[in-house]
Design a protein around this ligand. Structure first.
Ligand SMILES: NC(=O)c1ccc[n+]([C@@H]2O[C@H](COP(=O)([O-])OP(=O)(O)OC[C@H]3O[C@@H](n4cnc5c(N)ncnc54)[C@H](OP(=O)(O)O)[C@@H]3O)[C@@H](O)[C@H]2O)c1
Length: 334
């Protein structure tokens, strides 16, 4: 049985509403390598180890199995529903039917309501999970403020109905945020974005903080076992960097993964590492032995602009390449 970390000692992050939530949740994407059964078994263990936040998604194909695990934990009295902070996401093929997608996730997760519901990608461009990076959907279109806001309005209606507590956005850029934030009635509580030592996205990070939107960092360990299709020869392995190994050695020879998670926490984000073997040590590491200011500064220099989730499958006809998804010149690419 994995070690228990008292949730009361897990550091908290304050959402724009003033609510305090854990600084770490568990990711649940099996990366095409870990079965739904093994992911849900890890979620069962993680609840019993003290995790109170979980990052799910309809497209991970395992909400049903995770729901069984939540139900079991409620039935056994390990936790009550209100003790958990459950996040999930609407997939790209359901942008016109957000309520239906949301109710399906709630029913699969057996969780009555959602704490935070993300729009997983800012366009409705659908591709089946697991497809090859070179496949293109002829119906794919560039970002549209009107289409995005239609999806967002449906999320706002779900808040008003009490079905979800907060709205989240994900895989956004500053130009897209500039276009849509002024149009929102209910501000997003959080934005999920790729954040790790070799991809720190400092400008977007600072923008989110300045606009009172909590950054939630995905792939905080540089996703060493990400799906084959997301691996490029030029990618850098964050946890293999000599500087990370050096800092890990200075902290009693721990795994560099724990250094990456301490850094993410001390930077102020919520991190959502996935793990079937190390989830307890991951949660524990943010409760003890912080990095020094110097170590934080050293890690800040390790930025390499190494985006791992490039998003090729969401490209539309006429798009140049994956860079078009990320508005790198400061304007929305159409
Ligand atoms: N919004 C989005 O578009 C989006 C995109 C991608 C991901 N996400 C979310 O972010 C979560 C995390 O991303 P990810 O799963 O791709 O990558 P990650 O959390 O960076 O890395 C997970 C990998 O690291 C290993 N690991 C975890 N803790 C470790 C430790 N202490 N020591 C050594 N190895 C360790 C895990 O192996 P073990 O299982 O063996 O521990 C697993 O293979 C996902 O699960 C998902 O919930 C969201």
């Amino acid at each position: 049985m994995a070690e228990f970390i008292n949730p009361a000692i897990v550091p908290k992050v304050t959402l724009p509403s003033g609510e305090e939530v854990p600084c770490m949740g568990m990711g649940t994407f099996g990366s095409d390598r870990v079965s739904a059964e093994d992911v849900s078994a890890a979620v069962a263990g993680a609840i019993r180890s003290g995790y109170r936040m979980f990052d799910c998604a309809a497209c991970y194909g395992n909400e049903h199995q995770i729901g069984e695990v939540f139900q079991e934990a409620f039935r056994e009295g390990v936790v009550e529903r209100k003790d958990l902070f459950i996040m999930t996401k609407v997939w790209n093929d359901m942008h016109r039917k957000v309520e239906e997608a949301c109710l399906k996730s709630i029913s699969d997760l057996k969780c009555e309501y959602l704490d935070l519901y993300f729009i997983h990608w800012p366009f409705p461009n659908y591709h089946a999970p697991g497809c090859d990076v070179n496949s293109r959907n002829p119906d794919s279109r560039p970002f549209s403020v009107e289409e995005f806001m239609d999806t967002y309005r449906q999320c706002e209606a779900l808040v008003e109905k009490g079905v979800i507590r907060y709205i989240g956005i994900s895989n956004m850029t500053i130009p897209k945020l500039e276009a849509v934030l002024p149009l929102m009635k209910i501000r997003p509580a959080a934005c999920e974005l790729e954040l790790h030592v070799c991809f720190q996205q400092q400008e977007l990070y600072d923008y989110l903080v300045a606009h009172n939107i909590q950054p939630v960092g995905y792939m905080p360990l540089g996703s060493p076992r990400r799906p084959e299709r997301d691996i490029c020869p030029e990618d850098v392995a964050d946890l293999q960097l000599p500087e990370m190994k050096e800092i890990a050695a200075a902290h009693g020879g721990v795994h560099p993964a724990l250094i990456a998670l301490k850094w993410a926490h001390q930077r102020g984000e919520i991190s959502i590492p996935f793990s079937v073997h190390n989830y307890a040590s991951n949660l524990k590491c943010v409760t003890e032995d912080p990095l020094t200011e110097e170590e934080m500064k050293k890690i800040a220099t390790l930025e390499k602009g190494n985006r791992l989730v490039k998003g090729q499958v969401f490209l539309w006809e006429g798009a140049k390449d994956w860079h078009d998804l990320w508005d790198e010149d400061g304007v929305i690419v159409k």
